[in-house]
Design a protein around this ligand. Structure first.
Ligand code: MG
Length: 260
């Protein structure tokens, strides 16, 4: 099931996506009564997707992200694969949605894309045993861990370089029935392929990461874990359209714009 979050005339709701671009009339959203973090009913009231504004599929309390989780990517930036996962936060204010414009950060001149599989947590959990990881995950979406690479090099903590407003595009929806073990993921810039990988190349799997992170902290419904990026990261310029596509999920597209 694909669950999207959207707004129409100032009202925000979740909806189940039915159909796709090949469906006559395009995809529609069957509005959900309530929210997707508990048992819910579909209302049967359907809206064409092109009539609504798509929003980030969840509003996370926190976004955790994992650095250097693909060996080829660690190597391309001159880093070793770490013994323990490198885990960092992106603030809730970094999240933006599918189609949103991302403002090129004023304090950087080297903005990079990082296509990543995002895990969306479905229920409050702590110290999740490996065999229960599936039960606490609502589903998966696409993410772009946008990074001010020059600032990342000069500041010890990555709070500014990876936490600026708009640095965490998520979407277009959460796919709830998906095995994340071996999915193709790709990043294109203005239609040109930049990154290509498979989640099977991840050094730590989704299970590893949920176990590792929940050892330390409570995860809440809607929290998001970014699982790292494959090789091929590179610069974005004002005016570029960057797209993250993950097999079985869809495509998350954002445009880079100049600060007003
Ligand atoms: Mg990353």
């Amino acid at each position: 099931m694909r669950i999207a979050r959207f707004s129409l005339d100032g009202n925000v709701a979740f909806g189940v996506v039915e159909g796709d671009a090949n469906t006559e009339g395009g995809p529609v959203l069957d509005i959900i009564k309530g929210h997707p973090f508990a048992d819910f009913e579909r209302s049967g009231q359907k809206l064409p997707m092109d009539k609504v504004r798509m929003l980030p599929p969840v509003l996370p309390n926190k976004v955790l992200a994992v650095g250097r989780n693909y060996a080829e990517h660690a190597k391309e930036l001159g880093n070793e694969v770490p013994e323990e996962p490198v885990v960092f936060f992106k603030p809730s204010t970094s999240v933006c949605g599918p189609g949103d414009a991302v403002t090129y950060p004023s304090f950087s001149s080297e903005l990079h894309h990082e296509a990543e599989l995002a895990v969306v947590i479905g229920r409050m959990c702590k110290e999740v045993p490996r065999e229960r990881v599936r039960d606490v995950v609502l589903g998966y979406t696409c993410a772009n861990d946008l990074t001010a690479r020059d600032v990342q090099r000069t500041e010890q903590q990555w709070s500014r370089s990876k936490g600026f407003d708009g640095s965490c595009p998520l979407g277009p929806w959460v796919e709830t029935e998906l095995d994340p073990a071996d999915l193709g993921l790709m990043c294109t810039v203005n239609g040109e392929q930049r990154q290509l990988g498979r989640t099977s190349e991840m050094i730590r799997s989704v299970e590893d990461l949920v176990v590792h992170i929940s050892e330390a902290m409570t995860l809440l419904p809607g929290d998001v874990i970014l699982t790292g990026t494959p090789a091929g990261v590179g610069p974005l310029n004002v005016g570029d359209e960057v797209a993250v596509t993950i097999e079985g999920i869809g495509t998350l597209t954002n445009k880079v714009v100049k600060r007003d």
